[in-house]
Ligand binder design. Structure first.
Ligand SMILES: NC(=O)c1ccc[n+]([C@@H]2O[C@H](COP(=O)([O-])OP(=O)(O)OC[C@H]3O[C@@H](n4cnc5c(N)ncnc54)[C@H](O)[C@@H]3O)[C@@H](O)[C@H]2O)c1
Length: 440
């Protein structure tokens, strides 16, 4: 790992590669970055653009903006490319996604119209409720890997890019159990040669990215890089990987609320979460196999935060249910309801009702921006393999096999900022603070 003065400079343009470029998250991200670059809007929701980091002692009042503290690529250096199963340019795709209104989209129309997705690697076995014409004709896995690598090379060449990051914003793939082909790189590469059906399209993109020296982020709950084969490949290629499933909406609220309840030692008897959403993501998740992938990602959060094995009296027996219902009238404006049954002193029951009328892609877009910039930083700092310090952004943070993931949003934020302090040679902030009062 490189520190401060050894971190490579941000010279040159940074390519952002988006599988799922025509989707709601991608187009909201793209339109937003351009609007911000043109000064039409503030980068609200983006830690890299709006966040600060405290350095040193509290009486020093050293609190720079994150983007002034660490060397991140400027937004003007970002160049975009990507793939989708629909050929529409990003303006038409954004209109179709229905997240941003026409007034906002028209302000960046020319920019969005220039962005046309390349043909995708797609297999309907992994996304049943979707079919589109913009699909690569190659048949074998190895040919498809080569086709994606050719796209990456051409993109690099055409825009004279110095670096790239790939972030999966494509649909959630059907649930895939880790199997033999995922257990090691040699098995995986043999599987590629045999076009093994347990290798999903997202894995083909990821393999092409890593072997091209491009960091890979998984914005969906797919298995993709969360398998030993890809961890091995990332280490071998000296490229960072991170995932999985962007932490927005209901799960973000869960990881804010649950640590609070636990901090106060309040018990939990049940947490019922239901979502209604009507975007294309909702349509894909209406298929039980895609939903199972999402469900796994959403369910693990409470168990890990509440640690029932340590606090059996409080959390040994709670019931956790997550439901997603496709309801077209709402479009991207999701409604997440939580009915939370808790108990306090002498076991007296209480209830919390949370009704979050959120906009999924509005919450997700700034996370995509931050992840692109931080993964590029990680690459320039020679931080290879799993980037657990980016857990802050994910529902199911990827971590080393022997660890359990950290879900608490506030611990995740501290971990992220301490990683940046470490990289830049600043003291860690432990929040001890006794030295303000005593000689220690
Ligand atoms: N919106 C959020 O807040 C949020 C949060 C966490 C995770 N996610 C995940 O992010 C992903 C994108 O969400 P969205 O709301 O933009 O969905 P979306 O359906 O609007 O967009 C997904 C896009 O991916 C394309 N696609 C599907 N398979 C592809 C492939 N193999 N190659 C290239 N393109 C492909 C689809 O055609 C579509 O345009 C989903 O997996 C979703 O579960 C979204």
């Amino acid at each position: 790992m490189r520190r401060k003065d050894e971190i490579q400079r941000t010279d040159g343009n940074l390519g952002v590669l988006l599988p799922g470029m025509g989707g709601a998250v991608s187009t909201t991200f793209l339109a937003g970055v351009e609007a911000i670059r043109r000064g039409f809007s503030l980068p609200i929701g983006s830690l890299t653009q709006m966040g600060t980091v405290r350095l040193g002692k509290r009486f020093e009042y050293r609190i720079p903006r994150l983007r002034e503290f660490v060397p991140l690529a400027p937004l003007d250096d970002l160049v975009f490319g990507g793939w989708d199963v629909f050929p529409d340019n990003c303006y038409d795709a954004a209109l179709q996604a229905g997240v941003l209104n026409r007034e906002h989209l028209d302000a960046v129309r020319a920019f969005l119209e220039e962005l046309r997705p390349w043909p995708a690697v797609f297999d309907q076995a992994f996304v049943k409720n979707l079919a589109g014409p913009n699909v690569k004709p190659e048949a074998s896995h190895l040919e498809l890997v080569e086709a994606i690598k050719t796209d990456i090379d051409a993109f690099r060449h055409d825009h004279t890019l110095s670096r790239c990051v790939m972030i999966w914003c494509g649909s959630t793939e059907a649930y895939l159990e880790p199997s033999e082909v995922h257990t090691s790189l040699s098995n995986f590469e043999a599987g590629l040669k045999d076009s093994d059906p347990n290798i999903s399209p997202s894995m083909i993109y990821a393999y092409a990215a890593l072997t091209s020296g491009v960091p890979y982020v998984n914005g969906a709950p797919n298995l993709t890089v969360d398998i030993p084969a890809m961890v091995e490949l990332a280490d071998q290629c000296k490229v960072p990987i991170a995932g999985k499933d962007l932490k927005t909406g209901q799960t973000m609220m869960k990881t804010i609320l649950a640590p609070g309840l636990k901090a106060r030692m309040l018990g939990l008897s049940g947490w019922y979460s239901t979502n209604i959403l009507g975007n294309r993501d909702g349509m894909v998740l209406d298929d039980k196999d895609s939903f199972k992938t999402k469900e796994e990602s959403k369910l693990s959060v409470l168990e890990t935060i509440l640690q029932p094995q340590l606090y059996s009296d409080l959390y040994g027996d709670f019931y956790h249910k997550v439901v997603i219902s496709y309801y077209p009238p709402r479009g991207d404006n999701k409604e997440g309801w939580d009915c939370i049954d808790i108990f306090g002193w002498l076991g007296y029951p209480m209830q919390i009702k949370l009704d979050f009328l959120c906009r999924d892609s509005i919450l997700a877009a700034p996370l995509v921006l931050d992840l692109v910039l931080f993964m590029d930083l990680a690459q320039r700092a020679a931080m290879t393999g799993i980037q657990e310090w980016l857990s802050f952004y994910f529902k199911t943070p990827q971590c080393a096999a022997e660890l359990y993931p950290e879900h608490d949003l506030f611990i995740q934020l501290m971990k992220l900022k301490n990683t940046l302090r470490y990289l830049m040679g600043e003291d860690q902030i432990t929040h001890l603070g006794l030295d303000y009062y005593y000689a220690i």
